[in-house]
Design a protein around this ligand. Structure first.
Ligand code: PLP
Length: 393
């Protein structure tokens, strides 16, 4: 039996991919063009300039047809040599996955361990760097917004810890679930490689990723010896678009042009951040209310690091988050994110990034509360009222 498609629109509350605005969807449906056509080059150049404004950089940018993993890999293979060491700041599933990639590529991994609910201690970052007297650490890697735990790690504080330790390593920041949702300042924060993807705050389909690259990183690239070809920035610079070793995925750029128009012209980047903060606050208010009566609670225990793009919700002991997600999806057609790695079954995640407004978030919260009631999950009813109060405040 094929699955019956429920009536009404699905509420998609995953933290990425995210909802795509209709105008972006329509813009991507562009007829095929030669990617060297001057009309396309104009769109392409405008998109690169827009991406640089969102990254807040005036430096280089390279793009890849591939999801965020491609940009992760590009940042390593272009900057490192076999046996180099990277310092990974543990934040959760995505920091660990990036570390595994480094190890698979033949790079040594040193980690600053952290409690996933409180986040890395900047004193420990500074101490690890200060202890590296011979500067074997070539890059410090931080996930700006850990999508698995709902925590934002302040990249400016990582930069400050590096400077305080007087360490010359490159700073690599994953902005995959922060860019276009939370403020990110590549140049001001001294980020040498900023990794981003299409399918979250930029509200595009999955499949294009990019790295902002500082001049210091371009110097390091010249001597890096990890094998690379498609991802090789030198190969890219020789191409007409100074990116994309193969065919340029033109439809992404028509979509990106429209997404940038929505973000920068229609709403304004600062207003986009404010909307994410407002919606994030509403979700947190609901979860904090539910947490009474032994209900689910915010996974993140560090209010100064709450993520405005995703909230991870920790289930009461012994109650499986995936069962609740199953009820939300199968009975009510609301798609929630699941727990990743060791948090599988223990947390569910509400994405509140991208093309999202108050009714969408309230609808999701009301349905989570309904699903908790249906599934017999203990909680204090009234989380939606708490979210409404937060929104009205
Ligand atoms: N880094 C972060 C913070 C992410 O949230 C994700 C995906 O959700 C990735 C990396 C991996 O990106 P992708 O799934 O696009 O390859």
């Amino acid at each position: 039996q094929p699955a019956r498609k429920p009536r009404g629109r699905q509420f998609f509350a995953n933290p990425g991919p995210t909802n795509i605005p209709d105008s972006v969807l329509l813009a991507t449906a562009h007829h095929t063009m030669d990617f060297n056509d001057p009309h396309f080059i104009e769109v392409y150049d405008a998109c690169i300039a827009g991406l640089k404004r969102i990254l807040k950089t005036q430096q280089n940018i390279f793009l890849y047809t591939g999801s965020g993993h491609a940009a992760w890999e590009a940042s390593f293979v272009n900057l490192l040599s076999p046996g180099d060491t990277v310092l990974i700041l543990e934040s959760g599933y995505f920091s660990i996955s990036w570390a595994k990639m480094a190890a698979d590529l033949g790079v040594e991994v040193q980690t600053v361990p952290a409690d996933w609910r409180r986040g890395v201690d900047m004193g420990a970052v500074q101490a690890a760097l200060a202890a590296d007297k011979s500067h074997v650490i070539k890059a410090v890697c931080v996930v700006h917004n850990e999508t698995a735990t709902g925590m934002m790690i302040p990249v400016n504080e990582v930069r400050a810890a590096m400077d305080a330790a007087g360490h010359p390593a490159l700073l690599l920041a994953d902005t995959i679930s922060s860019l276009g949702s939370l403020d990110f300042r590549m140049d001001e924060w001294g980020v040498d490689a900023a990794v981003g993807g299409s399918q979250k705050g930029l509200m595009l389909p999955t499949g294009m990723s990019f790295t902002g690259v500082s001049d210091k990183a371009m110097e390091a690239h010249k001597t890096s010896r990890l094998p690379k070809h498609y991802f090789n920035w030198t190969n890219m610079l020789a191409r007409p678009h100074k990116s994309f070793v193969g065919t340029v995925p033109i439809s992404f750029f028509y979509g990106l042009q429209e997404a940038l128009r929505l973000i920068e012209q229609e709403e304004g980047l600062e207003n986009v951040f404010a909307r994410h903060h407002r919606l994030g606050n509403a979700v947190r208010a609901a979860v904090q209310h539910w947490s009474g009566n032994n209900g689910p609670q915010l996974f993140c225990l560090n209010p100064s690091r709450y993520s405005d793009s995703v909230t991870a919700v920790l289930m009461p002991e012994g109650i499986n988050a995936d069962e609740l997600r199953g009820v939300a999806l199968k009975r009510y057609n609301v798609s929630l994110g699941g727990g990743l790695g060791p948090l599988g079954g223990k947390v569910f995640r509400i994405g509140h990034l991208g093309d999202l407004n108050e009714p969408m978030i309230l609808g999701t919260l009301a349905t989570v509360e309904l699903a908790m009631k249906t599934a017999g999950v203990p909680h204090t009813p009234g989380g939606v009222d708490a979210a409404i109060a937060a929104l009205a405040d």
